[in-house]
Design a protein around this ligand. Structure first.
Ligand SMILES: Cc1cc2nc3c(=O)[nH]c(=O)nc-3n(C[C@H](O)[C@H](O)[C@H](O)COP(=O)(O)O)c2cc1C
Length: 364
């Protein structure tokens, strides 16, 4: 395997599994305290965590976030993730399909998802730098059709590109392309970050461009500055290595980003809360502060390499933790969970005050 994109994809997976690539600052979800209800007045076994998303009913508000494709290892991971997503009826997004545009022989490493998960919400994925260079949007039809996607995600990764030794840092014209794409495509558009979060100002621009869903992917989990730091280091590229170290924790913490996006998006946008989501309690808190689903990437990686059963086990664990969070707040459904009582502590509280975000906005 000599192709640089394919090599990079496997390198990202190995680094993510073997090195410490988590940001050393948190999601700030610990600043959200749900108020314990000693008299829940419901039966834990009656709790219903199903939800509608992109026109389909999900068994649980969980998305397997974008990770991979393009190589034999990527195909194995995608297959196991898809099988488990189908069994549990949760959503999944594939990794960047750029490689399949340039190397059609890799298409099956992505299409393996739909083959094994005929009924799930499955989302296609391509990077912003790639779409900004596209002269003909028709090329993107292939990405959608190869997995019969329910939506197309454009990922924003300026931090990663700035640290990556061979990074593509031309982000000029991306917003205009997203607007064009919205007019061209017949399916909904997701815009996602990759670990540095999305602000209310960017949300306003994305809503104007017609974006349907924002996946915040804030700081607190996988740090792409960290992943690229290790790649730069292994190549003896001191400049990039140092940039990776300096910007390791750059971005908007996930909890702040969810509230930023919801404060601007209100009813106009669906939100995936992601970036450092590690438990069902994290997902419950993300929903209370404005997310529709919770997304996880890195926690699924090792289980997916080991086998479908290990992915199933993690999903079951997360589902149970969401249910216990709902039991302890007396919430029988996700709509009731959204009404649960909570308190917000600094530094999240300070952030919201400084950003002039009135939250919870339904009190104002
Ligand atoms: C190994 C790996 C590969 C990834 N590849 C992609 C990708 O191709 N496209 C994308 O949009 N995000 C990609 N991501 C980013 C994730 O979708 C997610 O936004 C980010 O990792 C934060 O979530 P986490 O803290 O749960 O890992 C990748 C993450 C990992 C760990």
């Amino acid at each position: 395997m000599t192709d640089p994109i394919k090599n990079r994809k496997d390198e990202h997976i190995y680094i993510s599994m073997e090195k410490d690539i988590e940001s050393t600052t948190s999601t700030w979800l610990e600043c959200v305290k749900l108020i314990h209800k000693a008299l829940p007045e419901i039966n834990l076994s009656d709790i219903d965590i199903s939800t509608f998303f992109l026109g389909k009913k999900l068994h649980a508000p969980i998305m397997i976030s974008a990770m991979t494709g393009g190589t034999a290892l990527g195909k194995k991971i995608n297959r196991n993730l898809a099988l488990a997503a189908q069994e549990n009826n949760i959503a999944m997004m594939v990794g960047s399909q750029r490689v399949a545009l340039e190397h059609p022989e890799t298409i099956d490493t992505f299409s393996v998802t739909r083959k094994n998960a005929p009924d799930i919400i499955l989302i296609a994925n391509i990077g912003a730098p790639q779409i900004s260079r596209l002269r003909n949007l028709r090329k993107l039809d292939a990405l959608v059709s190869m997995i019969e996607a329910d939506a197309l995600a454009i990922h924003l990764n300026p931090l990663q590109e700035a640290v990556q030794p061979e990074g593509e840092t031309d982000y000029a014209g991306v917003l205009e392309k997203i607007t064009e794409l919205k007019e061209y495509l017949k399916i909904p558009i997701v815009v996602k970050e990759t670990g540095a979060g999305i602000s209310k100002e960017i949300t306003r621009l994305l809503i104007k461009a017609g974006v349907d869903i924002i996946d915040v992917s804030g700081v607190g989990g996988t740090s792409w500055a960290a992943v690229e730091y290790y790649r730069a280091k292994s190549r003896g590229n001191n400049l990039r290595e140092n940039i990776g170290k300096v910007f390791w924790n750059w971005g908007i913490p996930t909890a702040a980003s969810i509230i930023e996006v919801r404060s601007e998006g209100r009813d106009q946008i669906r939100i995936v809360g992601s970036g450092g989501i590690r438990t069902g309690l994290d997902i419950a808190k993300a929903i209370v502060i404005g997310a529709d689903l919770g997304g996880l990437a890195k926690p699924f990686l090792k289980p997916a390499v080991r086998g479908k059963e290990f992915v199933n086990e993690l999903i079951r664990q997360i589902i149970n933790e969401i249910k216990v969070s709902m039991f302890l707040t007396g919430s029988k459904t996700l709509d009731e969970l959204r009404q649960a009582d909570f308190i917000i502590f600094p530094p999240l509280k300070t952030w919201l005050e400084s950003r002039n975000i009135k939250f919870p906005w339904w009190f104002y």
